[in-house]
Design a protein around this ligand. Sequence first.
Ligand code: NAG
Length: 284
Amino acid sequence: MYGRRCEGKQKGLRNAAKIVGFVLFLLVVGTVAYVVAKQISSKYQAPSSYPSQAPTLKPLPPQVQAYAWMREDSSNDPGKKTPQAQALEWFLEDPYFETYSDVRIRQRLSMATFYFATGEWRQHTGWANWTLHECGWFSKKATGACDDMDQMIHLALSDNDLEGTIPPELFWLTNLQTVNLFGNRIDGVIPSEFGLLTDLTSIDLSGNSFTGVIPGSLSQLESLTELYLESNQLTGHIPAWLGSMSLEYLRLKGNKFRGIIPDAVCPIQSFSIDCTAEIFGCDC
Ligand SMILES: *[C@@H]1O[C@H](CO)[C@@H](O)[C@H](O)[C@H]1NC(C)=O
């Protein structure tokens, strides 16, 4: 009786051992399978940076963080890049952009924005070309566009099929001494930012399609001796402050000015204006 019970107990223990052994076997096999599977899957897994959703804009390198706003699409036509966005994109594609100083980054972005904003130029050799220093980009100034510090001092692009409006970024070129955009198809108002370029001695915007008035900010240009605004669509009165500047040349023919020519303007050495039914005063 006792023996049988004992035998039954031993049989039960053997069965229990078998079950435990089997469970352990399953655990070992499972663990090994899990580890192997994990290694294989990690070997073939896509890199963790792989975009899982729609691509977003890449973070900007530190050199151009300050210009992040340039790539915002502020145009009314989504899908059409702004000249600012085009310029920043162009700049970042340059394999050597990290070698430029902050001053040159600003100069190159300014000039590239101006270039992308003003249509298909007749002559544009070098403009927005990475491999060329921006001082070597096409200019009609025989002596070159820059001073010996490599800062742009002459914007000389007359008769060159420029069209559209002047972007505000052009006025980052604060060393400009002469601006000659004679004979293009530039429209919009004459930007008041011209008043920021206090080294200017000569502005020639003749033969374009500028509208609006002569901006009051020009009165701040103490070195300006030449102001050519002939053959545009300018309106309003002739401001008397033009006579308080250092102007030697003031050419205003071919516009839509009206009113009295201020006495202060009359002594300007080379002053010209059309005498129409709407204009009164000296020279008319
Ligand atoms: C950029 O300038 C280099 C050097 O003058 C010239 O070889 C190259 O063709 C120009 N690239 C473009 C796109 O005009």
